[in-house]
Write a protein that binds this ligand. Sequence first.
Ligand SMILES: [Cu+2]
Length: 221
Amino acid sequence: MIVDFADPKLAGQTIVVRNDARTPFPNGHAVDPATTGQVMAFRVSKPMSATADATLPASLRAPLAKLPGLRARVRQLLLAEIKDEFGRIKTMLGTVEHGALGWDAPISETPRRNDVEIWSVVNATPDAHPMHLHMVFFQVLDRQKYDAEKFEAGKPATLRLTGTAMAPPAGERGWKDTVIMRPGEVTRVIARFDLPGLYVWHCHILEHEDHEMMRPYRVLP
Ligand SMILES: [Cu+2]
């Protein structure tokens, strides 16, 4: 980001970056403007130590080379919410075929080294989740709504996409390692799994990854 504080009218001002996202996002409670509504403050008080060139280049990066998706294996994965034995909400990952799977369930995602795969992730929870894959960069292909009333985790035949697939906005067209997956949508990402090893993929909301929206995956040699 480039922020230009050079305007003399800003001298002596405090500029606060605010958060107005409802929590859980996007349908939860309004944030408290006195606490979580405040992210960061800039006090425009010091003399400039140097004058930076704040001119944006005409192009920030070259367009990405597309990964070969036509022959890619497609995995239908799941973001799910279940209840634990005490009736508390428990956020989980899983597959469309098997439903929610715990951390200790056998590993279901096992690309071989340099395989290109499309992970098509159904968000069957009421909230958005920032989903992160370890040790691999991916590209966002698209997002599409599905019939959430009809869908039952564990029954792939009940998954019915609706409307048209939406291409990612400009800010999501570079290499990513985390992407927001919204409720009621299927988010598709594509990756080349180039490093063999045992990794995890998970939601990056701390309470979710700990409870237990995290699963191992293995890239085979
Ligand atoms: Cu989450």
